[in-house]
Design a protein around this ligand. Structure first.
Ligand SMILES: Cc1cc2nc3c(=O)[nH]c(=O)nc-3n(C[C@H](O)[C@H](O)[C@H](O)COP(=O)(O)O)c2cc1C
Length: 441
């Protein structure tokens, strides 16, 4: 099977990261068109007609979100979410490294749609190389007058700053990102108010993912209808998919939305190694509930993934083959979310911690089948009860793992118990002993 390359067409062309080569390929034509030949309403209309949905995780319609920005002369902001911290996701890295001016042009168009005068690219701290490339590209754009005061010779201002994150997953959550950008500890904020009303420095703020913004120049160039003609239902256009895990050819692939997932996993990424099968897969990063082999026949769309009980998320497919045990996978996942929980709200702080503790017990053969039920309950109690969806991002996949592989969890416990020669497991004995010791001390 072949990719449908729109964003990634010619992406490896030498020098594409320079303004000269990018412009030589027709770059910045769409920004000029949006600025001089279209009104803000017309830009918004095209974005809405395209049906472009956010590529960062939540899949909210970009044009609609931009249209929520209030009118008025107050300072408005655009923040590009380049934190790319969802495990398994590495598509924005490619876009920024190879084609930074596409992102800058997308930001200019996004800023026109949102009537923003200041824009920020919040890039994850580990992306040192990509940040340097972006810095150089932004400097070139300033030198040419494409950003700054009076962009392209107009009377519109657009200041653009590249801001490096400090390595926290939570700063990818849009309000955590805003706190981080303001110089505070990156904690999520209570919503509402949503950033479009009250975001950066309390001003209206449009927040979009790198890939989302990179789609806007072609929408302005060829029209929203053209974009909407690709894909299925409300999943329009193409999607960059980062495929990783137990596949023969991991990497970034650009596909038309609606392509069967099996074609992506087997056709493009080569499927698992010879003799192995797909045990389960994460369709949209580690936060997406796992699906099974049979779900690979579904079209890869926001709708189909949601109907199957998961989500398309950031478009990161992580494949797990039949040689991988499920309990250590669940434990590794839970450890990540415990480490990354900001601790601001109780269900997430305590829930991720207890999930790790219980999974450790199961892994060491000290759990009981009852623990498995409690573990499921803990996940249920996290979901929908946190300040942001970081807690859900652990609870959903862990819950799905228990649902699909309950027998393997029980078997894993039994085997670990026999291995360690634990004939009897006294439920709670460990904690009781621990608290007695603590009391004695
Ligand atoms: C814990 C957490 C981490 C997130 N990390 C990212 C991220 O790294 N990049 C991203 O674009 N969106 C991330 N998101 C989603 C953002 O909150 C937000 O939905 C997105 O930036 C909006 O842009 P979009 O509409 O273009 O997708 C994360 C959400 C959560 C809850």
């Amino acid at each position: 099977m072949k990719e449908t390359k729109l964003l990634t067409e010619g992406i490896h062309e030498p020098g594409l990261h320079t303004l000269e080569v990018y412009e030589g390929r027709g770059g910045y034509r769409s920004a000029r068109k949006a600025l001089f030949d279209m009104t803000q309403e017309e830009v918004l209309e095209q974005l809405e007609a395209s049906g472009l949905r956010g590529r960062g995780g939540a899949g909210f319609a970009m044009g609609k979100k931009a249209s929520f920005m209030p009118e008025g002369s107050m300072e408005k902001y655009l923040c590009c979410n380049a934190d790319e911290s969802e495990p398994g996701t590495f598509k924005d890295r490619l876009l920024m490294q190879k084609n930074p001016h596409l992102l800058i042009e997308g930001i200019i168009i996004g800023a026109i749609a949102a009537d923003a005068q200041r824009a920020f690219i919040f890039i994850r701290g580990e992306y040192e190389l990509q940040a340097k490339i972006l810095d150089a590209a932004v400097t070139e754009a300033y030198d040419k007058g494409y950003v700054g005061q009076g962009i392209f010779g107009s009377d519109r201002m657009l200041e653009l700053v590249v801001h490096r994150g400090q390595g926290a997953y939570i700063c990818g959550e849009e309000t955590g990102l805003l706190d981080g950008l303001e110089g505070n500890r990156g904690n999520p904020r209570l919503k509402p108010p949503f950033p479009a009303n009250q975001g950066l420095y309390q001003g209206p703020t449009l927040i979009n993912n790198v890939e989302t913004l990179c789609n806007t120049p072609m929408i302005i160039e060829k029209g929203g209808e053209w974009f909407a003609s690709m894909g299925i239902d409300e999943s329009t256009g193409t999607k960059m998919v980062s495929v990783s895990g137990n596949v023969q050819r991991p990497g970034n692939y650009e596909i038309e939305l609606g392509t069967p997932a099996r074609e992506i996993v087997y056709g493009l990424a080569g499927g698992p190694l010879e003799g192995r099968t797909v045990k389960c897969w994460f369709p949209g990063g580690s936060s997406a509930p796992i699906l099974l082999d049979e779900h690979l026949d579904l079209p890869y769309t926001f709708e189909a993934m949601a109907e199957a009980g998961s989500m398309l998320g950031s478009g990161a497919i992580i494949v797990v083959d039949d040689t991988q045990p499920i309990v250590p996978l669940a434990l590794r996942l839970a450890e990540f979310y415990r480490h990354e929980s900001c601790g601001k709200c109780v269900p997430c702080r305590e829930g991720t911690n207890w999930t790790v503790k219980m999974l450790e017990r199961l892994d060491e053969g000290e759990g009981t089948p009852m623990d498995l039920s409690i573990l499921s309950d803990v996940q249920e109690n996290i979901m929908g009860n946190c300040l942001c969806v970081l807690g859900d991002s652990m609870a959903m996949p862990i819950g799905a793992m228990i649902k699909h592989f309950r027998e393997e969890f029980v078997q894993h416990m039994e085997e670990a118990r026999h291995r360690r020669n634990l004939t009897e497991v006294a439920y709670g004995a460990g904690e009781l002993a621990g608290s007695a010791e603590a009391g004695a001390a």
